[in-house]
Design a protein around this ligand. Structure first.
Ligand SMILES: *Cc1c(COP(=O)(O)O)cnc(C)c1O
Length: 357
């Protein structure tokens, strides 16, 4: 289907210098409204502020969800999306969790691809640069009753981004959080529901105030098992009796099913290394770090792709991982995955879609 496009009359000047993350936005956005019991047609138009009534439901009860994906441009000018269909699937699942009506996934994906093409000259091509794609769906009924809204707005904005960490891919230091929890089984942590992120801010601030970069989350029931780090999934590379095994927390409703996580699990398995999705006890990881059996730890997510962990503090004691340096498997995974995304390594897994041919 043909998506209606109304081009902006006032194109912005493109940023020069360091892009940072999520600071600049392109000329256009995609919007699609739900009212009178049905979704309307998607439309691409000038990026502009919304006008919201103070009684708008999302402002009060956070009935909203989002996604994060990336598009890349290679030297040949190909615009490449990475597993965008999986992001659209997950957006749809997240909507279901907070009672937002189902939308046509194929239509929304086509709309996003068209938006990326319309703003294609905004895709930066420098080292580690990409176009970040941020779809959101929020309740916009002007009513204060606590119930699912009758009106919704689906919108997609694009942000040219640079490397997520301004100081390069330096291993991060984590503080294991034993008081606050990010999510609980049965809650909304397994979906990209907007309220989850407000709930996670405090632990992040505490970690920073103590000189760490991010919080490592434990399970909400026993505070014994690792869940995630910041807003990333987490992996532990262990070696016991000469056998390399990679552990990652199993999804159980409180852990976000990351698309990077899924990609990394597949890549590690294809390398012939065992990946075990299981409950990962923090005490055991701390002990293995001390015994030299914990070789590497890293986080995964679209924004930073792979983040090496150089140290984690558990119960007042810093545990160094790989002498605080990025490990061999982490480096291999980072180079291979970003190589596929940027088109330097052939994609034989069907993850990349070229959208401008
Ligand atoms: C988005 C997100 C991730 C990573 O998911 P990707 O699909 O890999 O980007 C991990 N944890 C949380 C809490 C997230 O919100």
């Amino acid at each position: 289907m043909q998506i209606k496009v109304t081009k902006t009359q006032n194109p912005k000047t493109h940023p020069t210098g360091s892009l940072g993350f999520g600071k600049y936005f392109t000329d256009h956005m995609l919007v699609m409204e739900y009212k009178d019991g049905a979704w309307g047609e998607p439309e691409i138009k000038a990026y502009e502020p919304f006008s919201l009534d103070p009684a708008c439901s999302v402002l009060h009860y956070a009935q909203g969800v989002f996604e994060g994906a990336k598009a890349y441009k290679n030297e040949a000018g190909q615009i490449r999306t990475f597993r965008l269909n999986d992001n659209v699937d997950r957006l749809h699942d997240s909507c279901e969790r907070v009672c937002i009506p189902s939308f046509d996934k194929k239509l929304v994906q086509e709309g996003i691809e068209e938006l990326i093409r319309v703003d294609g000259d905004w895709i930066p091509t420098g080292e580690q640069e990409a176009l970040y794609v941020r779809p959101s769906v929020v309740g916009v009924e002007n009513a204060l009753g606590v119930r699912a809204a009758n009106n919704y707005l689906l919108f997609v904005i694009l942000s040219p981004v640079g490397a997520y960490y301004e100081n390069g891919l330096k291993p991060v230091r984590l503080l294991v959080e034993e008081t606050y929890v990010r999510a609980v089984r049965g809650g909304t942590g397994g979906h990209k529901v907007i309220g989850n992120y407000a709930a996670s801010l405090k632990a992040g601030e505490i970690a920073k105030s103590k000189g760490y970069d991010q919080a490592m989350w434990l399970d909400a029931f026993e505070h014994k098992y690792v869940e995630e780090v910041g807003a990333m999934n987490i992996f532990f590379v262990t070696k016991h009796k000469k056998v390399l095994k990679v552990l990652t927390p199993s999804l159980g409703g409180s852990i976000l099913p990351g698309i990077t996580r899924r990609s990394i699990i597949q890549m590690i398995k294809e390398k012939g290394i065992e990946v075990i999705e299981t409950a990962v006890p923090i005490k055991l990881m701390a002990k293995m770090a001390e015994n030299g059996q914990l070789l590497e730890v890293f986080g995964t997510g679209t924004a930073a792709v792979i983040t090496p962990v150089g140290c984690f503090n558990y119960q007042g004691k810093d545990r160094l991982v790989n002498g605080g340096k990025m490990g061999e498997l982490t480096t291999y995974l980072y180079d291979t995955l970003t190589g596929i995304q940027y088109g330097k390594i052939e994609d034989n897994r069907g993850w990349v879609k070229v959208i401008n041919e």
